[in-house]
Ligand binder design. Structure first.
Ligand code: PRP
Length: 213
């Protein structure tokens, strides 16, 4: 049987995911010594780990070229389509918040409001829930720049420590729009066809996660 394939989100979540896998007994030496390689064997090839950008983790899992994926709830909320979310891994904790320049009254005034964000769908849903009609501008990173440069009235973004907002003179207007953490997701067919293998790794990750709390 071919190895179970897991797509991991590169960057922020990578270190914690590898640490969790290692404490669950998986040998991740190849990932630690990866260089520029993107597909790495774990436990002598029992599992293949694929390193991908967050949204692509979902694409690979949804299309069945990866059985499992580790990705943030933020990316799931923005792109979520058809896959199973099987475990909250407990790390990568942050939340969505609405933030703007200190000293401005966001909800007053009659002019149309412009929001900059990396998460247009999350932002649209949030403001639809408030019955507010807003304009959204998609930004790819360092979203905090948009209100500072006068491109938007506010941002919807993930906040972890709050230092990026603080150091750039921005304040939270509405906090905890949604809590975020890393999730283990599974391709729908894989969860049937490779159920026992998936259960083994998910159980091990869940046990280690409980210990880490
Ligand atoms: C995220 C987010 C904020 C920052 C929040 O950006 O978009 O900018 O982290 O973290 P903090 O509350 O601990 O300061 P990221 O570092 O992922 O980079 P990006 O802005 O280029 O997407």
């Amino acid at each position: 049987m071919k190895p179970l394939r897991i797509a991991l989100t590169k960057g922020r979540l990578e270190k914690d995911t590898v640490a969790l896998l290692e404490s669950a007994g998986y040998d991740c030496t190849a990932i630690r010594e990866k260089g520029r390689k993107l597909i790495l064997p774990v436990n002598n090839g029992e599992i293949d780990v694929v390193l991908a950008k967050a949204a692509d983790v979902i694409t690979y899992v949804e299309n069945g070229v990866c059985d499992l994926g580790v990705v943030g709830k933020d990316t799931i909320m923005e792109n979520g389509r058809s896959f199973y979310e099987i475990l909250d891994l407990g790390f990568g904790k942050c939340r969505f918040a609405l933030a703007g320049k200190a000293g401005t009254n966001f909800f007053s005034g009659y002019n149309a409001i412009t929001i900059a964000t990396k998460y247009p769908n999350v932002t649209r849903n949030f403001f639809e829930g408030k019955g507010m009609d807003i304009r959204i501008i998609k930004i790819e990173g360092s979203v905090e720049l948009a209100p500072l440069l006068g491109l938007s009235d506010a941002i919807v973004d993930i906040v972890e420590t709050g230092s990026t907002l603080k150091e750039n003179g921005l304040v939270i207007i509405e906090d905890n729009i949604a809590p975020i953490s890393a999730r283990l997701i599974s391709n729908t067919a894989s969860l049937k066809l490779r159920k026992s293998e998936i259960e083994i790794i998910a159980d091990k990750m869940e046990k280690e996660r409980a210990k880490m709390k």
